[in-house]
Design a protein around this ligand. Structure first.
Ligand SMILES: [Zn+2]
Length: 157
């Protein structure tokens, strides 16, 4: 990882840990532009805000605020976990050039679709990200399955 790369990922991981300490889904993200400047950062706020849509990547796009298309050109979305369909869609909509994820062992989102749409995808296979998610899923399965729009496993619905 280059120096610029590590800045974006470090911020995303810090955000994930912040989310974890708040009792939320521990996923963080950070958007870095082509010059290495952080445009926005955030973490999943579904539990904290009772929000249906504030995943880490969406929270990050929100803190970056309204931007012209040129701002996303060459930008990288760092996220501690493989992005879900909603966040994949947001990255494609704004033509973010790269998605760098911490891991995709606990959840696989739109990795293949991102690649199909010409977005460069990098998986860092980071053990710390995986451990945060594993612990959260074990302790709060109901919050996790709700986050990804699935019935809780092991329960009859
Ligand atoms: Zn998402």
């Amino acid at each position: 990882m280059s120096e610029t790369e590590s800045i974006g990922f470090k911020a995303a991981l810090e955000e994930a840990k912040k989310g974890f300490s708040e009792g939320g889904v521990p996923i963080g993200a950070c958007l870095v532009d082509k010059d290495g400047k952080i445009l926005g950062r955030g973490h999943n706020m579904r539990v904290q805000n009772s929000s249906a849509t504030l995943h880490a990547e969406i929270a990050t796009l929100e803190t970056a605020g309204r931007l012209p298309a040129s701002a996303y050109k060459g930008a990288t979305m760092y996220t501690t976990l493989s992005p879900c369909d909603m966040c994949t869609g947001a990255c494609i909509l704004y033509k973010v050039s790269r998605v760098v994820m911490g891991e995709n062992n606990t959840f696989v989102g739109g990795d293949d679709y991102l690649k199909q749409r010409g977005v460069e995808v990098v998986n860092l296979q980071n053990a710390e990200c995986e451990q945060l998610m594993s612990e959260f899923i074990r302790k709060h399965p109901e919050d996790w399955y709700e986050d990804i729009g699935e019935p809780e496993k092991g329960h009859k619905h």
